[in-house]
Design a binder for this molecule. Structure first.
Ligand SMILES: Nc1nc2c(ncn2[C@@H]2O[C@H](COP(=O)(O)OP(=O)(O)OP(=O)(O)O)[C@@H](O)[C@H]2O)c(=O)[nH]1
Ligand SMILES: [Mg+2]
Ligand SMILES: [Zn+2]
Length: 291
């Protein structure tokens, strides 16, 4: 019996696919009763012989992303589509706000550039001006340059591919990890929603970048109960830039007189959709009694 360190790729109820540096294929492992719940990305100690492999210990985690639960994540590739599904500033803001709270750096991957129209281009341009890091690509017919820009970004990291269903996460994964068996689906023309082709988070090793990539099932909602007044003020920094100049120190920038934020908005110095999303977030906080 020898002990080795491995990484959990996939979880199947009581069984775990674990990758080891010395084997080309993952090994199916059990776990000791004393070992708590495991997630993809977990680094584990495994006792192995020719008959069985048993996880005996979890190596302390660097972090645990709450939804979907992935351990030891260095960065998030947040994929959105130029169309099908239509990009939505409110959904984008909720995702970026959510991950800002988790403190994990995000790169926005704008996929399906072949379907880009003016209104989508304008929306992404707004995020560029807010200093969100963005890469544009066409995952379905990816160019060498497009692939290289993603590989460069994920070099030596564990990254999670996340975003709404149907944006093209698994399609990109197949270029990053050609031997992966990721299923890809279609987006219904009628409601522009994907069908959630990927059902479970799974980790894949990308040899070209010595990176680990987690493909996740699409989701379009984050848990809004994690938002706080402080996180909202940090995330909507562009809206609140001039808030120090409002007449009232506790101004909420809604209907108060001499509000510098509203004046700035009227002069067109703040994006209207960002101001609206800030207000919507305040309403969420109110509903969740966080404010
Ligand atoms: N036009 C166009 N279609 C694309 C592109 N990339 C992916 N698609 C299509 O988008 C559809 C959904 O792709 P998937 O890769 O399954 O999407 P996903 O994000 O993994 O979806 P879930 O697993 O449901 O979360 C498929 O029909 C792809 O062929 C692209 O660059 N351009
Ligand atoms: Mg998928
Ligand atoms: Zn104000």
């Amino acid at each position: 019996m020898n002990t080795q360190t491995g990484t959990v790729l996939r979880v199947f109820n009581t069984l775990f696919d674990v990758a080891f540096p010395d084997s080309a294929h993952p090994v199916v492992c059990h776990k000791k009763k004393s070992v708590k719940v495991l997630f993809p990305g977990d680094r584990v100690l495994v006792e192995r012989d020719e008959h069985q492999a048993q996880i005996t210990e979890i190596i302390p985690r660097k972090n645990l992303i709450p939804h979907p639960r992935i351990a030891n994540v260095d960065g998030i590739l947040y994929m959105v589509a130029a169309k099908e599904p239509q990009p939505d500033g409110w959904i984008i803001d909720q995702f970026l706000h959510y991950w800002q709270i988790n403190g994990v750096p995000v790169t926005m991957l704008v996929n399906k550039t072949d379907l880009m129209d003016e209104s989508s281009a304008r929306l992404f341009n707004h995020y560029e001006r807010l200093d969100v890091s963005i890469l544009y690509l066409e995952a379905l017919r990816i160019s060498e340059k497009g692939l290289l820009s993603v590989l460069e970004r994920i070099q030596n990291k564990t990254v999670m591919l996340a975003g709404q269903s149907g944006v093209g996460k698994s399609t990109l994964l197949r270029s990053l990890v050609p031997e992966s068996d990721a299923l890809t689906g279609y987006v219904s023309k009628k409601n522009q929603r994907g069908r959630q082709t990927t059902k479970q988070a799974s980790l894949h090793y990308c040899h070209q970048a010595s990176a680990q990539v987690v493909d996740t099932p699409g989701f379009s909602m984050v848990d809004p109960t994690v938002f706080t007044l402080q996180s909202t003020q940090q995330y909507y920094y562009d809206v609140l830039q001039v808030s120090g100049q409002c007449r009232f120190p506790n101004c909420r920038h809604i209907h108060e007189p001499d509000c510098a934020v509203k004046q700035s908005l009227e002069r067109g110095e703040i994006f209207d959709f960002r101001y609206q999303n800030y207000l919507k977030t305040l309403r969420l906080l109110e509903k969740n009694q966080k404010w």
